[in-house]
Design a protein around this ligand. Structure first.
Ligand SMILES: C[S@@+](CC[C@H](N)C(=O)[O-])C[C@H]1O[C@@H](n2cnc3c(N)ncnc32)[C@H](O)[C@@H]1O
Length: 463
């Protein structure tokens, strides 16, 4: 059910996206009415959270069913301690095809009454609340003048980033995300000498309710969107191999790859941003994985200039060093859900394809002959997805497009000149195709594959 307005984008971005979704090839395939309808559904579904939470279970540490039962126990304990009167019935489902995934239903939108005391949070924080998080103090932008710990407050998300930090009220474009109990006085949030940390508002009556995973079985349950889990399986890492994850932070997919290899072999994780490397290491440590080596490095420069150089730990690497390469590329992120507003310009969105191509060139060079390259993004544009595939197949005759296992998403979108047999083996998660037709009372395992974030996966082999 739609409760939020469509995602708010700059008009130039909306027009650009319309031209992507209503391109000539799509028009020829489905007609104008259906193409326009899909585009409108896309704008609506992007502002809403998926109807379930996906957890990747650490099946390298314990059997899935044991993890499922422990998680159920932990979440029941969490409910006993919660001050909320209403209890969630906890049903954790397994995914029918993916053997390390657990699915938890999200209950929402729920009928929640708004209160007169308002806390305003940033849009990113608001989106996290809609996916089950509490409000952390750094996310709070405004609060009532005399807010004390223990006060019941309504939480609003500031969609356009217009609220002034420290304000006592805000009349701009905001969306109600639920009620909670303040865990801090206003003065501790805005007037403290050091920035406040920890939970600022504990959500007791959220608009969309799902269990909070904060500190719940951290080594066993990792929150990850379903398409991101699919990426690891499509890459198909094998024990003993050497794998490169070129854009790795915060390391969700890196850790999955290492887990799928039974932590045997070597997973090299690169990211350009230094402080994000710590997150990769923390995640690896929490999930008890030792085969991961993380480096701060610009992956466009990851091929060594000296061609005869031997492989050594750390970048740059000689050509053909890796059995498999994952390029989970930096992208415009327009598939993320929920996302109620983006202030990005068209120029910013169009800045990604050239960077993705530079990374892709390095990926192809670093891959061994016979090796597998997986390219993925969490965005919906053609330029960052199918057009990149068309470019790659033309630029690198050594690459062939491969079928994916599992293939639970839709096919690639027409518009980049790819023939149907190639579109058919691309995997595009397109929540707009089923928006409104998803029966939220149907078993989770039936609807999970369709109610995802927007995502794209292509698999290549170097011959
Ligand atoms: C989509 S995110 C990766 C998410 C990650 N694969 C995961 O599953 O947790 C893209 C990442 O690429 C990194 N990045 C951007 N440009 C890069 C470059 N030239 N070299 C290496 N990393 C880069 C960003 O810092 C960002 O962390």
């Amino acid at each position: 059910m739609s409760v939020f307005p469509r995602i708010s984008l700059k008009p130039e971005v909306t027009e650009h996206l319309r031209s992507v979704f209503i391109n000539k090839e799509v028009l020829a395939a489905v007609g104008l009415q259906e193409a326009e309808c899909r585009f409108q559904k896309l704008l609506t579904c992007l502002s809403h959270p998926p109807s379930y939470t996906c957890v990747r279970a650490s099946t390298h540490l314990a059997p899935l069913e044991d993890i499922r039962l422990s998680l159920e126990e932990e979440l029941k304990k969490q409910q006993k301690c919660s001050s909320s009167g209403e209890k969630l019935s906890i049903q954790i489902a397994q995914h029918p095809q993916i053997k390390d995934v657990l699915l938890l239903p999200v209950d929402g939108p729920r009928p929640v009454e708004q209160l007169s005391s308002e806390v305003v949070v940033g849009a990113q924080c608001g989106s996290a609340v809609l996916r089950g998080a509490h409000v952390f103090a750094p996310g709070i932008i405004a609060s009532p003048k005399y807010m004390k710990a223990g006060d019941l407050v309504s939480v609003f998300s500031d969609l356009e980033g217009r609220c002034t930090r420290g304000a006592t009220s805000f009349q701009g474009n905001k969306v109600f995300v639920g009620n909670g109990v303040a865990e801090m006085d206003r003065s501790a949030i805005f007037n403290a000498e050091t920035p406040a940390r920890g939970v600022g508002v504990r959500m007791v009556d959220p608009l969309f309710q799902s269990p909070s995973f904060d500190g719940v079985l951290p080594s066993m349950a990792f929150l990850q969107n379903l398409p991101s889990v699919v990426v690891g399986h499509v890459l198909g890492p094998q024990p003993g191999e050497r794998i490169l994850d070129m854009c790795a932070a915060p390391g969700g997919k890196t850790c999955h790859i290492a887990a799928l290899m039974g932590d045997k072999g070597e997973v090299v994780a690169l990211d350009r941003i230094r402080n994000k490397i710590d997150r990769i290491c923390q995640n690896a440590q929490t999930l008890r994985l030792q085969s991961i080596k993380a480096y701060c490095f610009d992956s466009t420069q990851a091929v060594s200039i000296e061609p005869t150089e031997e492989y050594k730990a750390g970048p740059p690497f000689p050509p053909e060093s890796f059995d498999r390469v994952l390029l989970d590329a930096p992208c415009s992120g327009l598939g993320q859900r929920p996302n109620m507003a983006s202030t990005w310009s068209l120029k910013e969105i169009c800045s990604y394809p050239p960077l993705q191509r530079k990374l892709f060139q390095a990926a192809v060079r670093l891959l061994k002959k016979g090796g597998v390259l997986v390219y993925s993004t969490c965005t919906v544009t053609l330029a960052e997805n199918e057009e990149q595939v068309a470019w790659a197949l033309k630029t690198f005759p050594c690459l062939t497009l491969q079928p994916q296992e599992p293939h639970i998403g839709a096919e690639g979108m027409p518009g980049a000149g790819l023939p149907p047999e190639q579109l058919g083996i691309l995997q595009r998660f397109s929540p707009e195709l089923s928006w409104h037709s998803i029966n939220t009372t149907a078993p989770l395992s039936c609807r999970a594959d369709r109610d995802t974030i927007g995502f794209f996966i292509a698999k290549f082999q170097k011959t």
